[in-house]
Write a protein that binds this ligand. Structure first.
Ligand code: GLY
Ligand code: MN
Ligand code: MN
Length: 433
């Protein structure tokens, strides 16, 4: 049976942070793909984080204060619909199995909300995240206001529930860390599978198929984001998702792909030669990106700021670009003028969790925040060399990124994705086998 204690603790934590008032958090809607077919359903991350309830058409309501309560609204049992679409918990079983204080049919939501909002001083919900919900909340609050003559007051202040929630989600508990380790392990296995499978003449989508196969056979039915399978010059398009080109002898293949497991993402990039052996020019660029990545990982430790890994990577990349004659001038001037941005135009990472670009502030006030144990982030420097007049021709169309997932620990960090090979020697050995 589902262990709901962990989720109940998260709800209690949020209620304590709220101190008073009511919070309303809906899960994501189903989205039509065509006619009667829907996109694969994905819950809302905040909603799932607080309850673990997997069905669409559900809303969580929390009351804070002296008598905190967690209330679920969900679909009713429906024998006809269950024949077609499968099992639904229904309010009674949902309350029991997911540990809510009460549960009601979703059809009663508006009516119950006007009751529950009464005399609550504060109203928390994801303000501005969804226009329909914004309108609904305003309408319901007006309905409560109409009861003023009965002595019932409506919430006089609305706050964004995502502010406390984002901060909670930024720190991964042991349960979350365990899932992320498993998501990372499955994704690493997929990258190894792709390295073994790749050879000239295949198409990018054939490599994509290897990823989907490896994810799915381990129970991770969906990629955490659309896989980027970018051969040759395609690697210089940062969000390339065409995945339909032929892989040619002598080119590199950049793959940015990770699975979602139990609602948590892995996000890994590896770049390797289509024919299994790096050319001299490819290797020169690759070693610079790898050195930058290792320096950034070393800087990802408690007490350092969020920006420390980026700065560590940038210093090495900028010097490397000078050595490769991509950039001119001193290291100071390349950093100062940001001329490196022609070849490295993104940042070195992001928070990682339920969302691949996960929630959480990067700055507190004007200062980069300090890294602390339990935070998870990516470290992903790269180099993308498009053809150009002043660009050495031997380097044209080389696009490289190396991305790992990092858990900050008390003593430093744990690289969750270390089982995906990334040294030249390890990649060439695996591909030659
Ligand atoms: N795969 C998205 C990213 O690396 O940020
Ligand atoms: Mn990525
Ligand atoms: Mn990433």
């Amino acid at each position: 049976m589902f262990d709901f204690k962990l989720y109940a603790e998260r709800r209690r934590h949020l209620q304590t942070t709220m101190q008073r008032g009511i919070a309303i958090i809906a899960t994501a809607p189903e989205v039509a793909r065509n006619a009667d077919a829907h996109y694969d359903y994905r819950h809302d991350s905040h909603f799932y984080y607080l309850g673990g309830f997997p069905e669409p058409e559900a809303v969580l309501v929390l009351l804070a204060g002296e008598k905190p309560q967690g209330i679920l609204f969900c679909r009713e049992k429906n024998s006809e619909r269950e024949i077609w679409d499968g099992f639904r918990y229904g309010p009674e079983a949902a309350r029991e199995q997911f540990g809510f204080d009460a549960a009601y049919p979703i059809a009663q939501l508006d009516e119950k909300l006007t009751e529950l909002m009464g005399d609550q001083p504060l109203l928390f919900y994801p303000v501005g995240a969804d226009a329909d919900w914004d309108a609904r909340i305003i309408r319901l609050r007006e309905a409560v206001k109409a009861k003023a003559r009965s002595g019932i007051r409506a919430p006089n202040e609305i706050r964004d529930v995502r502010e406390p929630l984002n901060e909670m989600r930024l720190f991964k508990d042991a349960h979350e860390q365990d899932i992320m380790r498993r998501a990372a392990a499955i994704s690493c296995a997929a990258h190894r599978r792709a390295m073994r499978f790749t050879r000239p003449g295949l198409h990018e989508y054939e490599i994509e198929a290897e990823f989907l196969h490896e994810f799915c056979r381990h129970g991770a039915r969906h990629p955490a984001y659309t896989s980027i399978i970018a051969g040759g010059a395609n690697a210089c398009t940062l969000h390339y998702v065409g995945n339909n080109a032929r892989l040619n002898d002598g080119e590199l293949l950049l793959i940015d792909a990770g699975c979602e497991l139990d609602g948590y993402a892995a996000d890994i990039t590896r770049t390797f030669p289509v024919n299994g052996k790096f050319s001299a020019a490819q290797k020169d660029v690759y070693e610079i990106v790898l050195t930058a990545q290792l320096a950034a990982i070393a800087a990802a430790k408690p007490g350092n700021t969020w920006n420390a890994p980026h700065e560590a990577a940038l210093n090495i990349l900028a010097q490397g670009f000078i050595d490769l004659k991509l950039c001119q001038g001193s290291l100071e001037s390349v950093l100062e003028t940001e001329s490196y941005k022609q070849f490295y135009m993104h940042r070195t990472g992001h928070w990682l969790g339920m969302d691949v670009h996960d929630v959480g502030e990067y700055k507190i006030g004007t200062q980069w925040r300090t890294l602390q144990p339990g935070m998870t982030l990516t470290v992903e420097p790269g180099c993308y060399i498009r053809p150009g007049d002043s660009v050495p021709q031997a380097l044209w169309n080389i696009g490289i990124r190396i991305e790992d997932d990092i858990l900050i620990t008390a003593n430093g960090n744990e690289v969750l994705t270390q089982d995906a090979p990334k040294t030249v020697a390890d990649i060439e050995t695996l591909m030659q086998r």
